[in-house]
Design a protein around this ligand. Sequence first.
Ligand SMILES: Cc1ncc(COP(=O)(O)O)c(C=O)c1O
Length: 470
Amino acid sequence: MLQKLQDYTAGDAYPFHMPGHKRQLENADFPFSIDITEIDGFDNLHHPEGCIKEIEEKAAKLYRAERAFLLVNGATGGILSAVKAMTHRGDKVIVARNCHTSVHHAVGLLGLVPEYYLPDPPKGERTYRCFGGVNPGKLDRLLKEHPDAKLFVMTSPTYEGICSDIRSIAAVCHQHGVLLLVDEAHGAHFPFHDSFPESAVSCGADCAVVSLHKTMPALTQTALLMIKDSIPEQNMQTELAVFQTSSPSYVLMSSIEYALDYAHLHPDAFEAYLGRIRKLEEKLAKLKKLSLLFHDKGEALQNVFAYDCGKLVIAANQADISGITSANILRKKYNLEIEMAASDYIIAMTSVCDTDEGFDRLANALLEIDSECVFVQKKNDTPFFAALPERHFLPCECETVSAKAVPLTEAAGRTAMEDIFAYPPGSPLVVRGEVLTKDILRLITEMTAKGVNVISSQNTYPNGVLVADL
Ligand SMILES: Cc1ncc(COP(=O)(O)O)c(C=O)c1O
């Protein structure tokens, strides 16, 4: 599509149509010169028959889906559309609690009744302080308790790179007559090298959404939605037109094609990327107080079926610094900006476009920080999300409940009227309609004190929290 855009815009056509810059602004920082709207010959995202359809067919083949759809409003737009296409108002849905806010927004917006699957943390010699994958047996038991459930929504890989056994999970869901939607936002690169876990639709998920912009050479906001033949194609197309813009950017869409072609035609680039990861793993094996989690294939971990080695989770669990401090040091001293800092660990995201120099800089910086910090045996006693709070209202009922802001110190036992979550990763500590327990308030306060970015959906927190005014 890029060639088509360049040929078209190099010609003499004058645009009496959107966008308003009319391709007259020559500025190397912005792609004005190839930014068009739906012109004859350029297809329509919501009724694809031409060059957009071709990209979608290419994507479907690569991800082994029945049908793929281009997304220009991020994975978020795809998730909202998918939940809508896979449910009816009032349906019961099982939602993995660590799902991204977009899933929780969909549940509220679409008037669904959520029951939560709480993933257990990864467990080896010690218990890790993040969510692990979905256990098919535990899911089976939950689905037996909820025979009226219509859909299960889960995240794999997690923000930390932990993948679930999608093949077994799909089998469990289908035995119960439940559809499976996998938020695979962080796994767009999976089909392009055997060292990555298998992608979700190829393992039997009915639908999966991948964020191309997260791990592939594609522009921000680009993503793909994939379905199997269990989902009527037209239903999905219809919902995508509800949740996606009617003015999709051709620059974004051509970058989707670019990313797919790049990955498909350059297996050598992925080979080199894996080589870079293996070299980095060897170097980081020398860390003494910091540690690279989940990359040690010898470490048997419960609740981790597979792992995306493109993710680098570096824990500060035996160092006198926190995850937040290590991120600050990496930024200030080494000019390295990482994806996310939690109180105990940081996440560095890598991709096929990283360079040897970038990997060397990160490894050297981490080794130097490691040598300069002091060994401490930290107690694993900071609270982690352990139990689901009681629910007073469904998310969709909260709109009609009167609410007021109260200080956090007065919120225990009251019903939250907004979602509170750490961003990233955007999975809720409390969902509106649930009771603010002492444990959850302590978790929120401690995370904030450690520098984690905790926010609330109505922006009340940290000045207070919105609760039901009953
Ligand atoms: C697990 C997960 N799902 C969905 C999303 C939303 O993706 P997007 O930013 O492409 O809309 C994110 C964003 O960070 C995410 O981490």
